[in-house]
Design a protein around this ligand. Structure first.
Ligand code: SF4
Ligand code: SF4
Length: 288
């Protein structure tokens, strides 16, 4: 069984559409949506949920105003500047700033501070027409530390083992943060989907640097290559110079968007399209 993660270095490259298109050609695979911050693979997969689980996230502290004596010790010691005094002089903790380190809880002389894990994140195991999908939904404002990605990947691996699946295909998170690092650990292959824009080139360079530290073989495709042929050539040269297996270019095509709007992969939407042929070629190159 091989684990493949599709990454982009940035949002908007068409990574999810390409991952979904691969689902139309890959056989006996478990799928995983590792882009838990902005999960959208489900829009095409249209999952039927079998399992729903709460994911307990980071701790967030809160202050009981009845116990607080306003001594100020917590404000002085919070390194994340999360504790503020409101207009009435009452202390509150900003949940977006609080890192859940619990220091304030330990040093408060009045035992006025407690903390709880957030329970606003969920992960699911679902049936889809392509096979099992493990996916997640993060609550608004929740921080993606990568632990939820690790959780969905862990469950995908268990299911792949039980089903004797040949592959786990993960739609990875954009960027190069903790969530991306969590989506790379222990995998066999990366497929990079990039686009010919200045930010696309910048971000693919950072992503390749990151992948290199994991010593994972990587392939790449340039999506929407014809929106800027000069940059597309530059990216291709960069990929080749950095020993990334270049699998080809996909033209911009409105049908990719139309397919997504209809909840289909491009191969379901138009099996005879040049993009459908290209996706097939990409998969044949990756599996061999
Ligand atoms: S340390 Fe405790 S008692 Fe002092 S201001 Fe903070 S919450 Fe209030
Ligand atoms: S838990 Fe840590 S980050 Fe949060 S308010 Fe307390 S000291 Fe600050």
């Amino acid at each position: 069984m091989k684990e493949i993660t599709v990454l982009s270095g940035k949002g908007g490259t068409g990574k999810t559409s390409i991952t979904a298109a691969l689902a139309s050609v890959v056989e006996n695979s478990v799928f995983c949506d590792g882009d838990v911050d902005a999960a959208d693979l489900h829009l095409i997969f249209q999952p039927e949920i079998d399992e729903e689980h709460t994911f307990y996230g980071a701790r967030i502290a809160s202050i009981d105003p009845k116990k607080c004596t306003n001594c100020g010790i917590c404000i002085e010691n919070c390194r994340f500047d999360a504790i503020r005094s409101d207009k009435k002089g009452e202390l509150t903790i900003d949940p977006f700033q609080c890192e859940g380190c619990r220091l304030c809880e330990r040093i408060c002389p009045s035992e006025a501070i407690t903390s709880e894990r957030s329970s606003n994140n969920y992960w699911y195991v679902s049936k889809t027409r392509f096979g099992t999908l493990v996916h997640a939904r993060m609550g608004p404002g929740e921080e993606n530390s990568g632990k939820l990605v690790t959780q969905v990947r862990k469950r995908a691996r268990e299911i792949a083992g039980q089903n004797n699946a040949n592959y786990i295909i993960t739609d990875g998170p954009p960027g190069i943060g903790c969530a991306t690092i969590s989506s790379l650990a222990g995998i066999d292959l990366v497929l990079i989907v990039t686009e010919p824009t200045k930010t696309g080139l910048h971000d693919v360079k950072r992503l390749i640097e990151l992948i290199r530290t994991f010593h994972i073989p990587a392939f790449a495709i340039i999506n929407k290559y014809d929106i800027n042929n000069i940059l597309s050539d530059e990216i291709e040269k960069y990929l080749e110079a950095n020993h990334i297996g270049f699998l080809g270019k996909i033209p911009f095509d409105r049908e990719m968007v139309e397919a997504m709007v209809e909840g289909k992969t491009i191969i379901e939407y138009n099996p005879g399209s040049p993009i459908a042929d290209k996706i097939n070629e990409v998969w044949q190159s990756m599996r061999s």
